[in-house]
Design a protein around this ligand. Structure first.
Ligand code: MN
Ligand code: MN
Ligand code: ZN
Length: 282
């Protein structure tokens, strides 16, 4: 079964995301469990958790994953900022556990001038503490980035280095197509796609790839600029997405759109329709 959908708004209650996804025929969705631009959030009540579970159970949605707040930077060199991020991330994992969400996508963070090596050590140190305190049922998915500024995760090597420093089983990867392309990984052609996935296999391992973010890129290959475009309308183009949708190695991996939604999610309908077509063609 194709696990395909989009990031869905939680406006009006987290369970509303399920209803919105269901309306679009999603079989997988992504949500924030709180406002992604704020530190604070209302705790998840028993009522909220049960409304969410009820909506999920009675929907056609198989997979729900969460995305963490944009404020969290586990690579932060300053102690107080790092601690705040670490504690906020534990809270995010607890929110996922309360909602029964099994995976939480996060951006590895920015070293802010302290250097790649120091940043990676910082992230690994944060996760050691996080995994000791946070619920075990939630897998953390590190997302590859466009490699903008001091942001880590633009190279597959960064992802591998973080994973190598931590015990197996609690970490995986979320592969964002726009970010990979902007970071210089050319997935736009058949040969390009094959080469990039081979490099990912060699450095990280395909078994660690637990989710995809499907976004085309407004900006060219290697631009290091993260701007999402509708599927097929950007610099990656349809050929790259056809490769991915037809790749049997990723048939069971959830695939989530993070593209502009338009009025009443009209662009989600368009992009989902296109991707369903590409999945069938193979
Ligand atoms: Mn992300
Ligand atoms: Mn993404
Ligand atoms: Zn992005």
């Amino acid at each position: 079964m194709l696990l395909l959908g989009a990031h869905m708004s939680i406006a009006g209650g987290v369970e509303k995301a399920i209803l919105r996804g269901e309306e679009l025929g999603c079989t997988a969705i992504q949500v924030f469990t709180k406002n992604a631009n704020q530190w604070r959030a209302k705790a998840i009540s028993a009522e909220t958790a049960s409304a969410f579970a009820q909506a999920w159970r009675s929907s056609g949605i198989k997979t729900v994953i969460a995305h963490d707040s944009y404020l969290i930077n586990l690579a932060a060199p300053e102690e107080d900022k790092w601690l705040r991020a670490r504690n906020a991330f534990i809270d995010e994992m607890q929110r996922c556990a309360l909602l029964g969400i099994p995976a939480l996508v996060m951006h590895p963070g920015a070293h802010l001038g302290s250097g790649e090596k120091a940043g990676i050590e910082r992230i690994a140190a944060a996760f050691k503490g996080i995994f000791a305190e946070a619920p075990e049922g939630v897998t953390v998915l590190i997302e590859n980035t466009a490699g903008q500024g001091s942001y880590l995760g633009g190279r597959f090597e960064h992802l591998a280095e973080i994973m190598d420093r931590l015990p197996k089983g609690r970490l995986g990867i979320c592969f964002d197509t726009c970010h990979a392309f902007a970071a210089g990984y050319d997935i736009s052609s058949t040969e390009g796609y094959a080469g990039v996935m081979e490099e990912f296999r060699r450095l990280v391992g395909l078994e660690h790839l637990h989710a995809f973010h499907l976004n085309d890129s407004k900006k060219p290959l290697g631009s290091a600029v993260d701007r999402h475009e509708h599927i097929g309308k950007g610099a990656i183009g349809l050929q790259g997405f056809a490769q991915l949708m037809g790749d049997p190695r990723f048939a069971a991996v959830p695939k989530i759109l993070e593209t502009p939604k338009g009025e009443d999610n009209e662009f989600d309908r368009m992009n989902l329709g296109l991707l369903r077509g590409l999945a069938k063609e193979d």
